[in-house]
Design a protein around this ligand. Structure first.
Ligand code: FRU
Length: 512
């Protein structure tokens, strides 16, 4: 009997060695795959070791590519590589081998990727299409020697659907002009003017460059906030149709290294216009794409066909204040759920909304419980016994007081979130949600605002083993927070007073 077993196993192993993806191979060899304490179950995280920003987001031939800042030798930040995964549905991910390794020009910092359909760079041979990645080379020796010009921009290409990458021999394609923080190029195709446009973060502002071939770049302009010297990182730039109109506006996303709305790092945006050279912001101030503490370096996918009219992005679910000391052991870092962006308008104001992509719905199980509640509710519900993954949907018409939803577990830990009616803000309170003594800035009560508060409150909430994502008012206010529970949640308490109230608890399948 034992021999038959052994024989079977050897056959599987043999089969896998020659035909399975590295991903399948690891799964076959490890029955505990993705079951460690704190391991996200409906979010992307690397199999092992350190991950930060999403990079090179590009859709090509039916695959959404997700590259990411990766250090394969440790669970803290180190010499950066580009890790790689793909998805066909933005929900399930397949791990692929590391795409880019550090080299003599430096570590491979954040950047982007495009499909060069017209072969403007000339990397594709007959019948091929090239994907081109642009990233920052970070020369660590230059940095340690105290120079200013240690960050330069380089490119690499792939003609086999992103499976293997070749760095361009003419790298770097943009030398450093003497700016210490000069990184994270995001390339887009500017359809209106038939040119490549690149935006990068240059200390406290964004710098724009243009190109016809992805190899030669011309500086166009820069944009920043007068008198604000916070460090910018990972910008993104794209046009968007305003919902319900033919108008198009440009959105400039930028991550900010300090003083996010609830402290530490956070992703912000501006709405304005771009004339091919200059970004001109509308007069209103910088807005936050996510008010929580844990959505950084959020950027969007390129290459999604225009006919689909979709703008989709993803962020790194952590905060530089404590990212390197969070208590997960085998890996550190996860991504948010992929989110769909929309641009909405009210008078002269524009607002970028973000909600989970509709594909996420495929994880919802059939065991859906809908509660139609009396106007004033104070109830506790046992959570469906499952794998601790939930989506809650809540509608409260005309909230009369603060609405609280508290998730509890069997060891007295709880996470609370809701809407504070008097001051019209949403909140997440993670002060009692498990382990939080690893860094002083972690413990906290976080608030977020919708631009146009309404009489009715809508909340869509995704709960994973170590994160909450709250989308209020159809994504006008998003808040993402991570936490580290000892035991999964087993019940939910709801306290609300509304003219009409609906609460839905949905059990989710995991993705791994
Ligand atoms: C943002 C960031 C980027 C940089 C990368 C390095 O989190 O600091 O600016 O390219 O991480 O890993």
């Amino acid at each position: 009997m034992k021999n038959i077993f052994l024989f079977g196993y050897t056959i599987i192993l043999f089969f896998c060695l020659f035909s399975c993806s590295p991903d399948t191979q690891v799964k076959e060899e490890n029955s505990n795959y993705y079951t460690e304490q704190y391991r996200p179950q409906v979010h992307f995280s690397p199999q092992a070791k350190w991950m930060n920003d999403p990079n090179g987001l590009v859709y090509h031939e039916g695959e959404y590519h997700l590259f990411y800042q990766y250090y394969p030798d440790s669970t803290v930040w180190g010499p950066m590589h580009w890790g790689h995964a793909i998805s066909i549905d933005l929900v399930h991910w397949e791990h692929l081998p590391i795409a880019l390794y550090p080299d003599s020009l430096g570590y491979i910092f954040s950047g982007s990727a495009v499909v060069d359909i017209d072969n403007t760079a000339g990397f594709a041979k007959d019948g091929e299409t090239a994907m081109v990645a642009m990233f920052t080379h970070h020369d660590i020796e230059g940095e340690q020697a105290g120079t200013l010009d240690f960050q330069t921009q380089s490119i690499a290409y792939s003609t086999d659907r992103g499976r293997t990458w070749t760095k361009y021999e003419g790298n770097p394609v943009i030398p450093n002009p003497g700016i210490k923080d000069f990184r994270d190029p995001k390339v887009i195709w500017d359809n209106e003017r038939s040119q490549w446009v690149m935006v990068l973060a240059a200390y406290d502002k964004a710098m724009f460059y243009t190109s016809s071939n992805l190899k030669e770049w011309t500086y166009a302009s820069s944009f920043g906030i007068e008198g604000d010297q916070r460090l910018w990182e990972c910008p993104d730039l794209f046009p968007m149709k305003v919902e319900g109109s033919d108008e198009s506006k440009w959105v400039l996303i930028t991550s900010i290294q300090k003083e996010g709305p609830n402290g530490g790092t956070a992703t912000s945006y501006f709405v304005g216009d771009f004339d091919g050279q200059n970004f001109i912001s509308d007069p209103e101030k910088q807005e936050w794409l996510d008010y929580g503490k844990d959505n950084y370096a959020f950027v969007t996918w390129s290459g999604i066909p225009d006919s689909l009219n979709r703008k989709i992005g993803i962020g790194w679910m952590s905060n530089w204040q404590y990212a390197q000391v969070v208590p997960s052991k085998k890996w550190r870092g996860a991504m948010t759920v992929p989110r769909e962006l929309k641009l909405i308008q009210d008078g002269n104001l524009y607002r970028l909304t973000n909600v989970p992509v509709q594909e996420f719905k495929s994880l919802e199980r059939s065991s859906i419980e809908v509660f139609n509640l009396p106007e004033i509710a104070m109830n506790t519900y046992e959570l469906p016994k499952g794998n601790g993954l939930y989506r809650f949907k809540l509608r409260c018409d005309e909230p009369m007081s603060t609405m609280r939803i508290r998730l509890r577990n069997s060891v007295g830990e709880w996470l609370e979130f809701g809407y504070f009616a008097n001051a019209e803000y949403y909140f997440i309170d993670r002060r009692n949600a498990g382990k939080d003594d690893f860094q002083a800035d972690f413990r906290g009560y976080h608030t977020g605002y919708a631009l146009y508060p309404k009489d009715d409150i809508l909340m869509d909430i995704i709960i994973d083993h170590s994160s909450i994502e709250l989308f209020a008012d159809n994504g006008q206010c998003a808040m993402t927070d991570i936490f580290f529970l000892t035991e999964p949640f087993d019940r939910v308490e709801l306290v609300a007073a509304c003219a009409d109230l609906e609460f839905e608890v949905i059990d989710l399948d995991g993705i791994w």
